[in-house]
Each structure stands twice: as structure tokens, then as C-alpha cells.
Write a new protein. Structure first.
Ligand code: CUA
Length: 321
């Protein structure tokens, strides 16, 4: 008993917190959770019945007169009832799958799985609003996710809010998420996709609809960059704009995460580190120590005032007026 407790406590602790699909914060997660409990309890009941029957059969004297009943038991218990149950579960599962992969939502969010981060694009009123590694959603509205991948297969999953879905290069899959609790719910890549798979995470921030609209408007605005910003001069000299875009400037690189409002994000490195000056400086100079296999090359020669100016500049790219 004690061994069992030692085994289950860490397992249950792993379920706690913002990745917990059993304390669901979304309509789709509720559906999946319902299916899970029926499967679990149903399996426990059937398992108990089968073991009970086996124990009963072992203790009973063999009675040749019962052969007809035994055949009846095998046909119903071994074929008819399992077939009916499995078909019913299949139909139920297909109905859930149909409902969580609709064609339309209250808003559309495109997410591309990159190595190893998330490119996030909202359909804003004036066109695409591109950001990265942080998804914000309005409470009680159905967000339709259109998912694809750049080069390898990933799997998009926000456990607390809904089901998971593969992201496949050259194909688009869809998934609906209807969050019903505000908060910051963790998201992650649920399929092994290469070196930094375990470090491919994101924040899913569920907000009141008014706050979400204000956030999207701020996110859609171009960055405000002073022409003589010393940090932007470093950004240019080092060629950062070849990979990264800062809308409102001539930095238009399509490869890495959009940095237009990077200072407004809570985390860096695809949801793995707090967005602090120290972490950002280390990310720029020693990228692969923080995230092995990240595609971004480190800039170990940046230091002192130039590094500080670059970090200050990047953190200034927030939503502040
Ligand atoms: Cu992306 Cu695992």
C-alpha cells in the first residue's frame, strides 16, 4: 500500500497546475474528460466482472449439463456485448471529433509549428496580426485554430482547454478551443519532433473579451522605434533583421519569431524562460545553453554596453503608450 502511495503521489502531482486536463477550463476539454471517465469507470466495472467470473468458474465443480449456458455466455459476453460497446464508443468518439474540428469559429488563429517554436497569426480587422509563442483567447468564444507545420510534424495541445491535434507540413488541420475560465493555461508540443521538442511550449492566456480586443489592437499596431535608438542600431549592425520582423521598421526577416511586441510577452524561448533582461541577454549570447538545437545562432561577441542597449531595446517593444 505504501509503495502504491509513493508511486501515485508524484503521478498525481504531475497533473496539478495549468497543464491539468482533469481540471478543465474549456468546453472541448469537458467533452474529452467525459469520455475519459466513462472509459475508466466502464473498464473498471468490466474488469471486475471478468475477474469475478474467472474466480467463480475456478471454484465451481464442472457440470456437463451447463454446456448450453456456457455457449450462450461466450457468444453474448465474448462477442455481442463487446462489439456493441466498442461501436458505441467509436460513434461517441467520432461525434466529439466532429464537434471539436468545425469549419467556423468566433475568431480564427493560425498556428505554424516551427523548429522549435510557434508562429501565431490572428485574422485581425485590418489583416494578419503575427506574434509568437503566446496565444491569447477571449473567454467563452470559440477560437478556430488552423494548424500546419513548417518541416516536421508537431502536435498542438493546450491540455486544460481542449483536445490535441497534429500539425502536418503541407496540410492544414483544425481544432476548436472554447475556454471557459480566465487564466494562463500552458500549451505544449505533444509529439516528438526533434532536439528541442521538450522545450517547445507556449502560454495560452484567456482574457475577458474587452481585454482581449484591446490586446489584439495593441498587438496589431506597429512597433514604435526611435530612429536613433542605440539598441536598434545594434539590432541592425548584427543583421538580426535578416531573420526577425519588427513591423514599423525595415526589419522584415521571415525566419524567426516576430519581435514587433516581444517585450509584451511573458516568456522567451517558446514558453520556457521568464522574459527578464538577464535571460534575454543570455539568450542572445549563449542561445544553445538555454535551448539546445535552437536554430538561432548565438552572438557570443556581443557584450557590455552594446548588449545592454540591444536588450533594453527589445524589452521596450511592448504595448506601452
Ligand atoms: Cu514540436 Cu514536439
Amino acid at each position: 500500500m505504501r509503495n502504491l502511495t509513493l508511486l501515485t503521489v508524484p503521478l498525481l502531482a504531475g497533473c496539478a497546475g495549468r497543464h491539468n486536463w482533469l481540471s478543465s477550463a474549456g468546453a472541448e476539454a469537458d467533452r474529452v474528460e467525459g469520455l475519459f471517465w466513462v472509459l475508466l469507470i466502464g473498464a473498471a466495472v468490466i474488469w471486475s466482472a471478468v475477474i469475478g467470473a474467472a474466480v467463480y468458474a475456478q471454484r465451481r465443480q464442472v457440470d456437463p449439463g451447463l454446456e448450453h449456458q456456457a455457449r450462450w455466455f461466450i457468444v453474448w459476453g465474448g462477442a455481442v456485448i463487446p462489439t456493441v460497446l466498442v461501436c458505441a464508443l467509436l460513434i461517441w468518439g467520432l461525434v466529439i471529433l466532429r464537434d471539436i474540428t468545425p469549419d467556423k469559429g468566433d475568431l480564427t488563429v493560425r498556428v505554424d509549428g516551427e523548429r522549435w517554436w510557434w508562429r501565431v497569426t490572428y485574422d485581425g480587422p485590418d489583416g494578419d496580426v503575427v506574434t509568437a509563442n503566446e496565444i491569447r483567447l477571449p473567454l467563452d468564444q470559440t477560437a478556430l485554430f488552423r494548424l500546419t507545420a513548417d518541416d516536421v510534424i508537431h502536435s498542438f495541445w493546450v491540455p486544460a482547454i481542449g483536445g490535441k491535434m497534429d500539425m502536418i507540413p503541407g496540410r492544414e488541420t483544425t481544432l476548436a478551443l472554447t475556454p471557459n475560465k480566465t487564466g494562463n493555461w500552458g500549451g505544449l508540443c505533444a509529439e516528438y519532433c526533434g532536439g528541442a521538442h521538450a522545450l517547445m511550449r507556449f502560454d495560452t492566456v484567456v482574457m475577458e473579451p474587452d481585454a482581449f480586443d484591446a490586446w489584439l489592437a495593441a498587438e496589431a499596431a506597429p512597433a514604435r522605434v526611435a530612429p536613433d535608438d542605440p539598441g536598434f542600431a545594434v539590432f541592425r549592425d548584427e543583421g538580426c533583421g535578416a531573420c526577425h520582423t519588427i513591423r514599423g521598421t525595415d526589419a522584415r526577416g521571415p525566419v524567426g519569431p516576430d519581435l514587433t511586441h516581444v517585450g509584451a510577452r511573458a516568456r522567451l524561448g517558446a514558453g520556457i524562460y521568464a522574459m527578464t533582461p538577464d535571460n534575454l541577454a543570455r539568450w542572445i549570447t549563449d542561445t544553445h545553453a538555454m535551448k539546445p538545437d535552437a536554430d538561432m545562432p548565438p552572438y557570443p561577441d556581443l557584450s557590455g554596453a552594446r548588449l545592454e542597449a540591444l536588450v533594453t531595446f527589445l524589452l521596450s517593444l511592448d504595448h506601452a503608450e
